[in-house]
Design a protein around this ligand. Structure first.
Ligand code: ZN
Length: 147
């Protein structure tokens, strides 16, 4: 394993053990639930939207290390970003974990998930939080499933 991969692994483990923004927001104005039946990952995402800016974001749920770390890094990355920026990042993140692109600097720490492309079954774990975010921003009250 290269040094970079070891570092990526470490970041994912850290975020899965100590997820950031792991809380229900009291003043959220958007939320959505997501479920990945393939792995059993569940997430509820809370967003406080200030016009088109994500003023605050948090999540709760339970799942594997990849899904928890992905939700944690999503919240850390998107706080303060606009919904348009969030959509662009989702596109790049999706291309990264499915191996369609290598990603670029705008992904920041999200690059730690680049290894997921070698494990197709894990793609749904890595993207669950993002699909759930999309649903929350669209105001959908219907739970999201990755199936
Ligand atoms: Zn999972």
């Amino acid at each position: 394993m290269s040094d970079l991969r070891a570092l990526y692994q470490e970041v994912i483990l850290d975020h899965s053990k100590r997820p950031r923004n792991f809380r229900a927001l009291q003043d959220s104005n958007r939320h959505a639930e997501g479920y990945n039946p393939l792995c059993g990952d569940r997430i509820t995402l809370y967003v406080k939207l200030d016009e088109d800016r994500i003023a605050d974001i948090g999540f709760q749920g339970s799942g594997c290390a990849i899904s928890t770390a992905s939700a944690s890094l999503l919240t850390e990355t998107l706080k303060g970003k606009t919904t348009t920026e969030a959509e662009e990042l989702f596109g790049k993140f999706h291309d990264l974990v499915t191996g369609k692109a290598n990603g670029d600097a705008s992904l920041g720490k999200l690059a730690v998930f680049s290894g997921v492309s070698e494990f197709p079954v894990r793609v749904k774990c890595a993207t669950l939080a993002w699909h759930t975010l999309k649903s929350a921003l669209e105001g959908g009250e219907k739970p999201v499933t990755t199936e």
